[in-house]
Design a protein around this ligand. Structure first.
Ligand code: SAM
Length: 244
């Protein structure tokens, strides 16, 4: 896959045909011969640089029919759980596959990500999104995750939960986690993490901590530098806990 990107970070996937932008047309010949690093120009003089998409570009542009976990929250999960190359991760629900693909990229070919999604229409989209990558470290389960994870006891480094009723899978998460492994539960609402943290404690999890991944974009202008006044104020809360 090849992308073109402009100075304002607008990105488009290009296929081997003429490309129409809001600022003119790039001829088919230029698109077909485009190599990473080339700068393509429309007939109106607007310039785009050709790049290979990284994981964030890919997730941003892939198909989705639900809200997805954003990079700031995925960064928080990665930073506070210490997952990395070779880690084994289980997650649910898969949604569009944003968290799934982000984790697959982090754990690499020596690691593995197993993901559970109940909705058939979403599973079709996720399969398409996985096929657009070259990851071979993913297992997708079309299944109601409350029926139980298929992983063995004590086999997983991280369980990541993004479900409407996360409490229903906490006990089974404890079963599959290695001692020292983490659970991270994403919830948009305070009332949800209040329930989650109680169930985590009752199940035997330790080091329970709730964190938010708010990012403040800073607008840079001549003598008027300040946080952007129109940024998103909230994504969600992430409740972390450890099996000890
Ligand atoms: C907000 S979306 C997940 C987004 C995903 N983490 C991402 O980053 O793309 C929540 C998903 O949970 C799925 N879901 C809800 N209940 C489920 C269950 N019992 N078993 C499996 N998946 C479930 C929904 O169908 C939905 O796709």
């Amino acid at each position: 896959m090849k992308l073109i990107v402009d100075r304002k970070n607008r990105k488009y996937v290009i296929h081997d045909k003429e490309f129409h932008t809001e600022k003119g047309v790039i001829p088919e010949e230029d698109i077909v011969n485009a190599k990473v690093g080339d700068v393509l120009e429309t007939h109106l003089g607007k310039k785009y640089t050709v790049i290979e998409p990284n994981i964030n570009d890919y997730i941003e542009l892939m198909k989705r029919k639900c809200s997805i976990i954003l990079p700031q929250d995925l960064g928080l999960v990665t930073g506070f759980t210490g997952i990395g190359y070779g880690s084994k991760i289980v997650e649910s629900g898969t949604g569009a596959g944003s968290s799934l693909l982000f984790f697959a990229n982090i754990v690499g070919p020596e690691g593995h990500v197993s993901s559970y999604e109940i909705r058939e229409d979403f599973v079709e989209i996720i399969k398409e999104n996985i096929e657009g990558t070259d990851f071979n470290n993913i297992t997708l389960h079309h299944k109601d995750v409350t029926e139980g994870f298929e992983e063995e006891d004590h086999s997983v480094d991280l369980v990541f939960i993004d479900l409407p009723k996360p409490s229903e899978v906490i006990e089974d998460s404890y079963r599959i986690l290695k001692t020292g492994g983490f659970i991270a539960v994403y919830t948009p609402y305070i009332e949800q993490f209040q329930i989650v943290s109680k169930v985590l404690a009752k199940t035997g999890f330790k080091h329970i901590a709730i964190r938010e991944g708010n990012v403040r974009e800073i607008e840079m202008k001549n003598n008027k530098t300040r946080p952007n006044s129109r940024m998103a104020g909230h994504t969600g809360y992430i409740t972390f806990a450890r099996k000890l």
